[in-house]
Design a protein around this ligand. Structure first.
Ligand SMILES: [Zn+2]
Ligand SMILES: [Zn+2]
Length: 289
């Protein structure tokens, strides 16, 4: 399984020269069965989703978009995803069930006039929207499990994804201080790479709890608790410049007993059941068409 990071920020985009090495797009990961395969599963639809269009080299997207929740930074790229918004595209969009609403209506809450010019029906291509519950999630070619995580302002899921002997835990927005469910601990046990919220630092803890997010130390503790083989710090604060993220990565690596990576746009992890950081990380071009 190949996992490519296309957006690693939380809250809002972070453009500017101080952010170019880690990237400024909001949350999106592209998953495929290997380095030569086209991505068929996208985790979250932040602004990083636009890069998938370039990865597909002019072909339409045919696959699944699975979002952790519907906060802006996880869905705002959706109407700008041109490889999905075109003839020949076939997209299954999955969102955590909440409020008795359909998957379509959960998307339409943020994507309909007057907030946005079009409704979900305005997307070209074959789109279907579904609300999903915790547990097994049907996604072709991948084994996916959803579990509830503590966050604020709406129901939020974390996911584990397994394929070809490799596994990840994807928990972009999470406040472990508010409690970690037995379901989450069980699902995340022994994953090859835990990709986790690391938006705040210890001295910012009051804000982390207020906003329903994790500190870097929370991420380290959870990785240890579930026996993850490696930790990827993710969902960086939009205020965190490149040098600050370098320091955060070095400090975390010094504390950890497992490899720690600071997620950056364009990085790819190839997971085959071994800790991914034992191998060099290949670069992926972010060229847009
Ligand atoms: Zn977020
Ligand atoms: Zn959120």
């Amino acid at each position: 399984m190949r996992v490519v990071f296309l957006g690693v920020r939380g809250s809002v985009c972070a453009p500017g020269r101080e952010f170019v090495r880690y990237g400024g797009n909001t949350s999106c990961l592209a998953l495929s069965s290997g380095p030569d395969a086209a991505p068929t599963l996208l985790l979250d639809a932040g602004t990083g989703i636009r890069t998938v269009t370039g990865m597909l080299g002019g072909k339409p997207f045919r696959g699944t978009i699975l979002v952790s929740h519907v906060h802006w930074d996880h869905v705002q790229g959706l109407p700008f995803f041109s490889a999905g918004d075109r003839a020949g595209a076939k997209v299954v969009f999955l969102v955590p069930a909440q409020g008795g609403k359909s998957g379509r209506d959960l998307v339409a809450q943020m994507m309909s006039p007057p907030a946005f010019p079009i409704t979900p029906e305005g997307l070209i291509g074959d789109w279907t929207f579904h609300a999903v519950q915790p547990g097994h999630v049907v996604v072709p070619d991948f084994e996916v499990r959803a579990f509830e995580v503590a966050h604020k302002g709406g129901r939020t899921f974390g996911y584990t994804v397994r394929q070809g002997g490799g596994s990840i835990g994807y928990v972009p927005d999470h406040a472990p201080e508010l409690g970690v469910s037995a379901d989450a601990l069980e699902a995340l046990a022994g994953v090859d790479a835990l990709i986790h919220d690391a938006q705040f630092l210890e001295h910012e803890r009051p804000r982390a709890v207020d906003y329903g997010h994790a500190t870097v130390d929370d991420a380290l503790r959870l990785a240890d608790r579930v026996g993850a083989a490696s930790l990827v710090l993710f969902h960086h604060s939009p205020h965190r410049v490149d040098e600050a993220l370098d320091t955060i990565g070095a400090d975390a690596a010094a504390k950890a007993t497992i490899p720690v990576l600071v997620a950056a746009e364009g990085q790819a992890l190839d997971l085959e059941g071994a800790p991914p950081m034992d191998r060099p990380l290949p670069e992926v071009t972010n060229a847009l068409p």
